[in-house]
Design a protein around this ligand. Structure first.
Ligand SMILES: NC(=O)c1ccc[n+]([C@@H]2O[C@H](COP(=O)([O-])OP(=O)(O)OC[C@H]3O[C@@H](n4cnc5c(N)ncnc54)[C@H](OP(=O)(O)O)[C@@H]3O)[C@@H](O)[C@H]2O)c1
Length: 219
């Protein structure tokens, strides 16, 4: 699948977009059906998907609450979040405020916790498997399975994302980038020869947003 590079983005920014950006678009628009004026909460807002999800939800006219760690509060605020909750200082599930859509990209909270901040007819969108589920028999699907259990009893919707990219998704992302509504956040860039260091940074050093590997053009 091929789409034109968004005008105005560097190649590194454009390379950071497709998978994480489409996942965010699927979560916000397709699964969450976010509409103008709705309240959206993004858990994991400083991550690869979360940095796109915050900006896309804002572009759809939502009021966005973003949850991240202390070091990323300013970054996430700069993406347009209306409210930023530092999870190291505050429990976002105890806020008492309800959201039309809760987009969980971390999986470190139980469905019961997440439902506390979800409107009675809201939508819980799950992307990650769940750090609390690490090593469980049903692995990353665990949180999604548990989230669906009470479905017949409540009006809340539970959607487990299945990231399928279409040309339309890429074209929509391109439009959002060209309008300036979405700017990919690139934490670090590494040359191909330093790919192991890039993966080490990503896996071991708690990278934020996206890490990009550049491949030199043949001379
Ligand atoms: N990136 C993609 O292209 C993509 C595509 C499809 C599906 N997914 C799935 O979507 C989920 C999110 O992906 P991502 O790329 O956005 O992930 P990510 O960048 O690795 O992490 C998202 C955020 O989660 C928080 N976090 C990580 N470990 C945590 C922990 N132990 N406790 C509390 N918070 C923690 C971090 O925020 P703080 O540092 O602020 O706490 C981090 O920024 C993953 O499950 C991934 O498999 C990703």
């Amino acid at each position: 699948m091929v789409e034109h590079k968004p005008a105005g983005l560097t190649f590194e920014q454009a390379a950071a977009m497709p998978l994480a950006g489409v996942t965010a678009l699927l979560g916000v628009r397709d699964a969450g059906r976010v509409a103008e004026g709705q309240k959206v909460l993004v858990n994991g807002a400083s991550g690869g998907v979360g940095t796109f999800a915050v900006q896309i939800a804002k572009a759809f006219g939502a009021e966005v609450t973003a949850v991240c760690g202390t070091r990323d509060v300013e970054l996430v605020r700069s993406l347009g979040a209306d409210r930023v909750v530092d999870h190291e200082a505050q429990d976002f599930t105890a806020s008492g405020s309800r959201h039309h859509v809760v987009f969980d990209l971390v999986g470190n909270r139980s469905p019961a916790d997440l439902r506390r901040v979800l409107a009675p007819d809201g939508t819980l969108v799950l992307s990650g498997g769940g750090v609390s589920d690490g090593g469980s028999l049903i692995g990353p699907m665990g949180l999604g399975v548990r989230a669906r259990l009470p479905a017949p009893l409540v009006r809340q919707r539970f959607v487990q994302l299945n990231a399928k990219t279409s040309r339309e998704h890429l074209a929509t992302l391109r439009g959002l980038a060209e309008s300036g509504a979405v700017v990919p956040v690139v934490d670090r860039t590494y040359p191909l020869s330093e790919a192991p260091e890039a993966i080490g940074y990503l896996e071991l050093e708690h990278a934020r947003a996206k890490v990009v590997i550049t491949v030199a053009q043949p001379g």
